[in-house]
Design a protein around this ligand. Structure first.
Ligand SMILES: O=c1ccn([C@@H]2O[C@H](COP(=O)(O)O)[C@@H](O)[C@H]2O)c(=O)[nH]1
Length: 233
């Protein structure tokens, strides 16, 4: 990717629209993309998403749909109507749900990218074992990556630690969207599988999702620019 800023997706995790719109205004000229997740969406709703789309941003609607196929199909259609660039579902929703989501988007001439979430970056092997997902975390991610690829979705949310294995044994084509990104010296927060932006991009991530290292920085625009520069170093 020539413009590395286009690989950056800034997570607007705020409890109201005002700070999200203020940050969007600051970041407008950078070419980054924006992510609206469940906190902001639950507070500010579809109107905020439509506003960001109308301002020219590529918006990733990160609501991680996980329900019966019919319900998820309706939800991804609603996302497409908002004009978002990317939408996601949980791969653990299973084959029929993934197919229903893909088929629901097929009629749209400009449809959002459909991405499946594998295993959240806030989880590790111990968490998975306690949830009854036996086998290593990597095995679980690879299994869900295969399910995602087989059922024709565009990409996968995973941690950067799984990129190489997915590229080697599942697909070179899936768009890999990686949260758990932490520049050197950043706080880990609640993330358990982290990596620096530079390493993640070098391993083959297509998109890096970054929230608090930017949104909680004293100067978020500067924080984004520093990250973007580190990608070309
Ligand atoms: O596995 C996942 C899936 C989604 N996320 C989301 O990404 C951002 C990360 O924010 P940070 O502040 O950079 O930790 C956040 O909106 C999550 O909901 C994830 O972290 N892991």
């Amino acid at each position: 990717m020539v413009n590395n800023t286009a690989a950056l997706i800034v997570a607007l995790d705020y409890p109201e629209a005002k700070p999200a719109l203020a940050l969007a205004e600051q970041l407008k000229s950078t070419g980054c993309r924006l992510k609206v997740g469940m906190e902001l969406f639950t507070h500010a709703g579809p109107a905020l998403v439509e506003k960001l789309v109308s301002q020219g941003f590529d918006v990733f609607l990160d609501l991680k749909f996980h329900d019966i196929p019919n319900t998820v199909a309706g939800a991804v259609k609603a996302a497409a109507e908002l004009g978002v660039w990317m939408v996601n579902v949980h791969a653990l929703g299973g084959r029929d749900m993934l197919i229903a989501a893909r088929e629901a988007l097929a009629p749209y001439s400009q449809r959002p990218l459909l991405i499946a979430v594998s295993i959240l970056t806030s989880l590790d092997n111990t968490d998975l074992y306690a949830m009854g997902l036996h086998g290593s975390l990597t095995d679980n991610v690879l299994r869900l990556a295969r399910l995602t690829e087989t059922n024709g979705l565009d990409g996968l949310v995973c941690s950067p630690h799984e990129i190489s294995l997915i590229r080697q044994s599942v697909s070179t084509q899936l768009q890999l969207v990686t949260p758990g990104i932490r520049p050197q010296q950043s706080q880990q927060d609640d993330q358990k599988r982290i990596m620096t932006p530079q390493e993640a991009l070098q391993l083959g991530a297509n998109y890096l999702v970054i929230g608090r290292p930017i949104t909680r920085a004293p100067d978020p625009l500067q924080a984004l620019q520093t990250i973007a520069q580190s990608l070309t170093a």
